[in-house]
Design a binder for this molecule. Structure first.
Ligand code: NAD
Length: 252
């Protein structure tokens, strides 16, 4: 049997770690050829093609997207996944940090999409999936700057979906809850009591644990693939029920 994504060519930003690496691997497992663009692509082993790129730098993005398109002979799928975090209330982060996190999390999506669109327009199966966050749809404490960037990614996803639907380019996003990736590992390591912090983050999600990178990858690959041919302008939550459910406390 031919794999679902055989013949398709995919670019994944931030594809060398966490959600991006799990997505790159699953796309490849399902038959796609995959170029992973990352600041440090050393985590990308064959069959993935790892390319060094900084989504914060337009020249770097254009060069890497062209290199990916040449290596894969075109682009059908773009996963805008690279992102960075920030903690604090609205009072805590200096202007420079606001600019930096917006530059990577929002303008990064703009730069890579802009460079990839000419290739996507030539594809008969064109799909973009953005990695957004539960932080776009729920108020989380100490995440003012990060949440603002992900709110922008959600709105940008909808606007892009409207602009490009008639060109045959679908655009969707995933909204993960807290995912067990190296990123969250770094946050836990910095906590006073990492085990207690992990338990608290797990308990915040109704299914009682952290989401896995593979679960988010499965949602991204669904939205990127032909089975989602009529799905555009949606946000798919992968958050153990965190965005939508209101449970009674255990025992109540
Ligand atoms: P991660 O840190 O494990 O991986 C992120 C990857 O992006 C790294 O390989 C890093 O090198 C790369 N990257 C960072 N800045 C880059 C840049 N300027 N140019 C190119 N590559 C760059 O993180 P993750 O947890 O897998 O997060 C991936 C995405 O998922 C992010 O957009 C994040 O906001 C989002 N997300 C994560 C969680 C979570 O709980 N982990 C939850 C919701 C959303």
């Amino acid at each position: 049997m031919t794999a679902e994504l055989t013949g398709l060519r995919a670019v994944v930003t931030g594809g060398a770690s966490g959600i991006g690496l799990a997505t790159s691997r699953l796309l490849a497992e399902r038959g796609a050829r995959v170029a992973a663009l990352d600041l440090d692509p050393s985590g990308c082993l064959p069959p993935l093609t790892g390319l060094k790129a900084d989504v914060g730098d337009d020249a770097s993005v254009r060069a890497a997207v062209e290199e990916a398109a040449a290596a894969l002979n075109g682009i059908d799928i773009l996963v805008n996944n690279a992102g960075i975090g920030a903690t604090g209330t609205v009072a805590d982060n200096p202007d420079e940090q606001w600019r930096k996190v917006f530059d990577i999390n929002v303008l990064g999506v703009v730069r890579v999409t802009r460079a990839a669109l000419p290739h996507l327009r030539r594809s008969s199966h064109a799909a973009i999936v953005n990695t957004c966050s539960i932080a776009a749809t729920a108020g989380l404490p100490q995440r003012a700057l990060y949440s603002a960037t992900k709110g922008a990614v959600l709105s940008l996803t909808l606007a892009m979906a409207a602009d490009h639907v008639r060109e045959g380019v679908r655009v969707n996003c995933v909204n993960p809850g807290t995912v067990d990736t190296p990123w969250v590992g770094r946050l836990l390591d910095a906590a006073e009591d990492p085990a207690a912090e992990r338990a608290a983050l797990g308990a915040r999600q109704p299914h009682g644990r952290l989401v896995t990178a593979e679960e988010v990858a499965a949602a991204i690959v669904y939205l990127a693939g032909p089975a989602a041919g009529s799905v555009t302008g949606t946000a798919l939550a992968v958050d153990g029920g965190m965005a939508g459910l209101r449970l009674r406390p255990v025992g109540a």
